[in-house]
Design a protein around this ligand. Structure first.
Ligand SMILES: Cc1cc2nc3c(=O)[nH]c(=O)nc-3n(C[C@H](O)[C@H](O)[C@H](O)COP(=O)(O)O)c2cc1C
Length: 205
């Protein structure tokens, strides 16, 4: 018989809960979110509290933590410009994208600093990056503040996908081939994972 460790999240320190939960919910897709500030500076940061939220409408969700109440540059720019680009993280770009997590001042561009190449978007002002094989151009629909123990500590961003750009080299018979995209997922701590064995299941009719 299995025995379980059962933990009430109200009883533990938020840092401990963070370490536990990011190891429990894995692997998570990683998005490099690129935005443009009112000052014209291009901002980029990775986010793994990220997923597809719906297909009709085509929406993504991103959870962005506040730093002692202060909004991260990404949320500020999304709030002000209502636009952002999701650049999917893969084995070829993960190293450079990982570096963009460092907190630079709002006047400094992570893209420039870490050698990522901005590329124009078609439907939004924010640029994507050339190093991503898939880019989703998104318009902000909702920013929902989230409270923890009586204080707003994070925001849930919901964005509608307006356009998808796919590197043709990852298409096989018109479909995205997982073996060519080589997406990377986030695990606990500082760990990432590459796609391992693919398990194909048929659904009962
Ligand atoms: C792989 C990875 C995933 C991350 N995921 C998130 C996330 O989902 N939410 C979040 O608030 N911060 C996340 N971070 C931290 C942000 O990237 C970091 O705070 C960054 O400096 C924010 O940049 P900005 O101030 O330019 O928005 C992650 C960091 C890494 C390396």
């Amino acid at each position: 018989m299995k025995t379980f460790e059962s933990i009430d999240l109200n009883d533990i320190d938020p840092k401990e809960a963070h370490d536990l939960l990011i190891s429990a919910v894995t692997p998570r897709p990683v998005a490099l979110i690129t935005t443009q500030g009112a000052n014209g500076v291009m901002n980029g940061a990775p986010f793994s509290y990220f997923n597809l939220a719906s297909i009709r409408p085509p929406m993504v969700s991103v959870g962005i933590t506040r730093n002692n109440g202060a909004l991260k540059d990404t949320v500020k720019h999304i709030r002000d410009s209502k636009m952002f680009v999701v650049n999917m993280v893969d084995e070829d770009n993960v190293e450079a994208i990982h570096k963009t997590a460092s907190a630079l001042s709002i006047d400094e561009s992570e893209l420039e600093k870490y050698g990522l190449t901005p590329t124009m978007s078609s439907t939004v002002k924010a640029p994507g990056i050339e190093e991503a094989k898939i880019r989703l151009e998104c318009r902000m629909k909702h920013i929902i503040p989230m409270e923890h123990r009586g204080t707003v500590t994070a925001d849930l961003v919901l964005g509608e996908i307006k356009q998808i750009h796919i590197d043709k080299s990852i298409l096989v018979d018109g479909k995205i081939a997982a073996s060519k995209l080589r997406a990377v997922g986030r695990l606990g701590g500082s760990d990432y994972t590459a796609i391992g064995n693919i398990i194909t299941m048929k659904r009962d009719k």
